[in-house]
Design a protein around this ligand. Structure first.
Ligand code: LLP
Length: 403
């Protein structure tokens, strides 16, 4: 970001998330262009960054939404996403969530088990509606990513096997209250290899062909999300190669192609800013203690994820020595980076933790009664607040009346 982040950190305080909306727009347009010539829809995975202004920004560009709870569905609707562009996925939907989704008449409910299909059928019957559904197929493919974010193997809890999917489609096709119009898979997140995606597309493409042969007319082919991004020095999948693999697997089929990118859209649009509180050395080991913590940005603690960390506006020639960047939360796992090369720092110096736009704020918590940080958008060189910093009162609001 080519802006005076120090001034923004002064203006809005720290810890702080800043998102570059122009970058998001560019990402959306690049991916959309790679689908040129085909019917397609980009359903932004709201879980990556569910700030209403972020969703609204993408909605204005034409994006739909992939949601994993009725809360996310409501966010998408609130932010102006067209209801016919909203998909509701997830392994465990409650009856009330199913009901509300059907009442709101969104595009699709993605089903992940036979038992869930029966619940959806029952709720649709109660409402006298026909539920548009898709089935999440688990193609049993190793996505070659971190095991915590790998979802396309039979050992993972997601989706159903091909044979089960077929049986479910046949059942749904006969049901008065179910309309099986889509097929879905999502093999994992932060994917940097195309082959597993290509293979999954082919397996699921063949399944569509066999369903068509028995007159089950699938209209939406949803390849999930997962496109990886650069955190460090990863080589990622090009948009064109990605769509080409999808086109090849669906050759000859009249389908609307859907994808659900989250991280791809927002990870590198965002950065997390935190101020140095203190430095200390324990037995020769250098620690930089900052005002942000694992409750604000959990990825390093939870996945040992790498996020590049730099001191803002420090002369490039200053000597850097390794330091662990840690927060004030009372957990040894509360760190943003280990052995990060950093210049000598003093109280109130600003650090930036890069690539924090996805799964940053959305995974934040109030652990240690810490307030969630503020969020700021940058668009056309103009900054604006898109979420106020939480106050202590915000945190105790639901408890106070019981005191
Ligand atoms: N669609 C489905 C069905 C998903 O489960 C996910 C992510 C996405 C789309 C979006 O995936 P993306 O394009 O962002 O890779 N908290 C973890 C990531 C968890 C991803 C869960 N599912 C992290 O911080 O790395």
């Amino acid at each position: 970001m080519n802006i005076d982040t120090k001034a923004l950190a002064e203006k809005y305080g720290t810890p702080l998330y800043i998102y570059d909306f122009d970058y998001i727009e560019n990402r959306y347009n690049t991916l959309k262009e790679a689908f040129a010539g085909k019917k397609s829809m980009i359903n932004y995975a709201v879980k990556a960054n569910s700030n209403l202004s972020v969703i609204a920004h993408l909605a204005k560009l034409g994006a739909g939404a992939d949601c994993v709870s009725i809360g996310e569905v409501k966010r998408a609707l609130d932010a102006g996403v067209d209801r016919y562009k909203i998909i509701f996925s997830g392994v465990g939907k409650r009856d009330d969530e199913i009901r509300e989704a059907l009442e709101k008449d969104i595009l699709l409910l993605n089903l992940e088990s036979e038992a869930e299909m029966k619940r959806v059928e029952m709720v649709a019957k109660e409402l006298g509606k026909e539920a548009r559904i898709s089935i999440r197929v688990n193609p049993n493919i190793d996505p070659q990513t971190h095991p915590y974010i790998s979802t396309g193997l039979h050992e993972n809890k997601f989706g159903v096997e091909i044979d089960m999917a077929k049986r479910m489609y046949i059942y749904a096709n006969r049901s008065e209250f179910l309309n099986p119009v889509g097929i879905h898979f999502h093999i994992g997140s932060q994917l940097t290899k195309l082959d597993p995606i290509r293979e999954a597309c082919q397996i699921v493409g063949d399944l569509v062909r066999s369903l068509r042969a028995i007159k089950i007319d699938i209209k939406f082919f949803d390849v999930g999300g997962g496109l990886g991004v650069v955190y460090d020095d990863e080589i990622t999948i090009s948009e064109k190669a990605y769509t080409q693999a999808i086109f090849e697997a669906t050759k000859g089929l009249d389908l609307t192609l859907l994808c659900e990118p989250g991280r791809y859209m927002v990870a590198n649009a965002g950065a997390f800013f935190t101020k140095v509180l203190y430095e200390k050395v324990n037995d020769g080991k250098r620690f930089v203690i900052v005002d942000g913590a694992m409750n604000d940005l959990l990825r390093p603690s939870l996945y040992d994820a790498y996020h590049k960390i730099e001191a803002v506006m420090v002369d490039g020639n200053v000597e850097r020595t390794p330091a662990d960047v840690v927060g004030p939360v009372c957990e040894s796992g509360d760190f943003f980076g280990k052995n990060v090369p950093l210049p000598p720092l003093s109280h109130n110096d600003l650090l930036v933790v890069h690539s924090a736009g996805a799964y940053g704020f959305t995974m934040a918590s109030n652990y240690n009664t810490r307030a969630k940080p503020a969020e700021v958008a940058l668009q056309g060189g103009v900054d604006r607040l898109i979420r106020k910093r939480e106050s202590y009162e915000d945190q105790v609001r639901l408890e106070r009346e019981y005191l």
